[in-house]
Design a protein around this ligand. Structure first.
Ligand SMILES: Cc1cc2nc3c(=O)[nH]c(=O)nc-3n(C[C@H](O)[C@H](O)[C@H](O)COP(=O)(O)OP(=O)(O)OC[C@H]3O[C@@H](n4cnc5c(N)ncnc54)[C@H](O)[C@@H]3O)c2cc1C
Ligand code: SF4
Ligand code: SF4
Length: 473
């Protein structure tokens, strides 16, 4: 299918619309997409993915004018469950490009006006979910949305006279949980280890996708509503569970994310020029704003690896190469992420894996790799990559980014908290209570690296779980 961004005439855009509509006819209206969609859980009266497809077959121009198109968060959960393997988020991205061309920002604003009634950081939320860079939306449009929101929003000040609640972490889960609890009248304090609040919004998601100023301004509004945020305060080091209980905190929400980056386990990972994904993205966001050197090699095949490689190209790398040890079919990254990284100029090499990091005086200069072939399926059902004997080769590079996954940092978890696969915290899924009574958890530390809508859903459930816990204990 051609892409709208490459198309200019009205006739051509209509052809693309016809192509998408003809795909929509393959939908069997089984509703599995709607059943698995986190945005339906957040906005049950506003968005139903399968209704949108059905409406598209009846009146496509009406769909392009409506707000529903702007709710999909491009998480690909529906794609994994669709019996027709329809790539819903890709259709949505194409339709949004068309909608902007034909109807400007009016439909997006309608969706935004609804989203801001539920979520206290609506511009950050929408920016991360709709990927403005993919629909060629200028950052100034987001900034305008933000300014208009500021000027039209009534100032909220919570009457916080209820018991004290501590929240660990100020990413989307911590902010959402704190806001919901503040609304209910609790006195909420967020403890954040970083110098700036915001979690992945602040330290990882590249500036061209989400300007830092917007995130920090939205968080300041949350502060103004009556939520205290103590930065540079690490739970487990500067404040402990025992101390919080002594200080009369009645319940704790752990929203500490998944910030421990997995390692390759080969020599040289501590060389200068070798980064974890989060270090690399944070350096681009806070320090350099420009890639040092000309070349970047990224190891991994997930969405974060794609983001790191695409950001490398945006921030001045001459070449960004992504190495993945299996084939495209096994790649965990969503198709939209792969397409966008390739569009940025990222070269993806399959069936190759690193085996050695070389350099002079602990400074990276070469990556030694081996070719792989696929063997028998492993425990996950994916065919295992097996090194091809004698296939070693060298890639010259200035930077190496290890993007093979993140998991929660356990060192600051309270002792005896029950954890599961990849160090994620085990919770009761209805209340989000952990194995320690009165301690709740939500977001990436429960799910492993997931999405912003998932973090928000978990935090809302945890806020209700906490309210119930306090009322009944
Ligand atoms: C590069 C990148 C791109 C992404 N793109 C998307 C996207 O397009 N769409 C999408 O939906 N999701 C995306 N995500 C995922 C999304 O950002 C996360 O799922 C979401 O931020 C999880 O929220 P959280 O609040 O659980 O954790 P985080 O956002 O990680 O926040 C956790 C916070 O807890 C703090 N903390 C940790 N330990 C402690 C401690 N001991 N004491 C005090 N504070 C602590 C951390 O400093 C951090 O501020 C992306 C993630 C990355 C890395
Ligand atoms: S991609 Fe995710 S947010 Fe979009 S419709 Fe599918 S499940 Fe819902
Ligand atoms: S899961 Fe697929 S077939 Fe079923 S309603 Fe959704 S888009 Fe249609």
């Amino acid at each position: 299918m051609s892409e709208i961004s490459e198309i200019s005439t009205r006739e051509e855009t209509d052809i693309i619309l016809d192509e998408i509509v003809s795909q929509a006819y393959h939908c069997m209206e089984c509703g599995r997409c709607t059943g698995s969609c986190p945005m339906v859980e957040l906005f049950p009266n506003d968005f139903h993915p399968h209704h949108l497809l059905s409406d598209l077959t009846k009146d496509p121009e009406k769909v392009l004018k409506g707000p529903e198109l702007w709710y999909c968060a491009s998480c690909y959960k529906c794609n994994a469950r669709c019996p027709q393997a329809l790539e819903y988020p890709y259709f949505i991205m194409q339709l949004r490009r068309l909608a902007v061309k034909k109807n400007g920002m009016v439909p997006l604003r309608k969706a935004f006006n609804r989203i801001r009634t539920e979520i206290p950081f609506p511009v950050s939320f929408l920016s991360v979910c709709i990927h403005p860079e993919r629909i060629n939306m200028e950052p100034s449009i987001l900034e305008k949305l933000f300014r208009d929101h500021q000027s039209s929003k009534k100032k909220v000040k919570f009457r916080t006279t209820g018991p004290k609640i501590g929240v660990v972490g100020s990413g989307p889960a911590g902010l959402m949980g704190a806001y919901e609890l503040g609304k209910k009248g609790y006195q909420v304090t967020i403890f954040e280890s970083h110098s700036d609040p915001g979690g992945m919004f602040t330290v990882a998601i590249p500036e061209y996708r989400l300007p830092l100023k917007i995130v920090l301004d939205e968080i300041n509004q949350i502060r103004d509503s009556g939520i205290e945020i103590r930065t540079n305060t690490k739970f487990g080091r500067d404040i402990t569970l025992d101390q919080m209980l002594k200080d009369n905190y009645r319940a704790i929400l752990l929203a500490s994310g998944a910030h421990a980056c997995k390692e390759l386990g080969i020599k040289g990972e501590d060389f200068q020029g070798v980064y974890t994904t989060l270090e690399f993205l944070a350096a681009l966001k806070f320090k350099n704003k420009k890639v040092t050197g000309k070349t970047v090699v990224v190891i991994g095949g997930g969405n974060t690896a794609m983001d790191a490689a695409a950001a490398a190209m945006r921030y001045g790398a001459k070449e960004a190469t992504l190495l993945y040890r299996r084939t495209r079919e096994e790649m965990p990254a969503d198709m939209n992420e792969i397409r966008e990284a390739e569009k940025e100029g990222v070269q993806i090499r399959f069936l190759e894996a690193p085996v050695g990091i070389h350099g002079v005086k602990s400074k990276l200069s070469q990556l030694e790799c081996m070719k792989m072939q696929l063997g028998e399926p492993d425990l996950t059902g994916r065919r295992k990559p097996v090194p091809v004997e004698g296939s070693n080769f060298i890639l010259e590079t200035d930077n190496l980014v290890i993007a093979i996954g993140e998991k929660p940092q356990t060192e600051s978890f309270p002792a005896k908290i029950a954890t599961g696969k990849d160090d994620t915290i085990l919770v009761n899924p209805m209340t989000m209570e952990t194995s320690i009574p009165g301690v709740f958890a939500a977001g990436d530390n429960v799910l492993g690296p997931a999405t912003v809508p998932d973090a928000i859903i978990g935090a809302r459930r945890a806020a209700s779980g906490i309210e119930n816990y306090i009322k009944t204990s």
